[in-house]
Design a protein around this ligand. Structure first.
Ligand code: NI
Length: 172
């Protein structure tokens, strides 16, 4: 396993804005290595979710772990996730993103979603997500479309966020 560089809006906005392509064919060992690397990178950051495009790989692959710090790790893997249903009910949650470090703001999203994806073993899973899981999977699936959480904010807030990330990156 290896920790990869996480791309940020400081200097990788064009990559992060790309739309990711579906994984074709079965889940291979090569794909599992990618997911292992993504999880290791996410844990090291630390973060609770990561999309492959955030390490520069434009594939529809996401990893996540929503376990609390006093719980055992609960790694989740999503290949080619699709949202089958969204609730009309909306929830507001504060979000952050490893590609927009140190910026947090409230985003409105459907409170519940039903999704379908392939897991680490290549099995097709259908399940409902709510709470933090719903927030996180919708945030990560946005990445697959080249959408960042700051794209849900006002233009002023978005520009301010990018400016701050660029300034922090220069200072580092
Ligand atoms: Ni993100």
């Amino acid at each position: 396993m290896a920790i990869r560089d996480i791309l940020t809006v400081a200097d990788h906005t064009p990559t992060l804005k790309q739309k990711s392509a579906p994984v074709e064919g079965p889940v291979t060992d090569e794909l599992r290595v990618l997911m292992d690397d993504m999880l290791e990178t996410m844990y090291a950051a630390p973060g609770i979710g990561l999309a492959a495009i955030q390490i520069g790989v434009a594939k529809r692959v996401i990893v996540m772990d929503l376990a609390r710090s006093d719980e055992d790790p609960q790694p989740r893997h999503f290949i080619n996730p699709e949202i089958l249903w969204r609730s009309e009910e909306i929830a507001v949650a504060e979000e952050g993103c490893l590609s927009v470090p140190e910026i947090y703001d409230e985003v409105e999203r459907p409170a519940k979603v039903k999704l379908r994806y392939l897991n680490y073993d290549g099995d097709t899973i259908e399940e409902e997500a709510e709470g933090l899981y719903a927030v996180c999977i919708q945030h990560e699936m946005d990445h697959l479309e080249g959408i960042l959480f700051i794209d849900h904010l006002s233009r002023l807030k978005r520009e301010r966020a990018v400016k701050r990330v660029k300034k922090d990156a220069k200072a580092a």
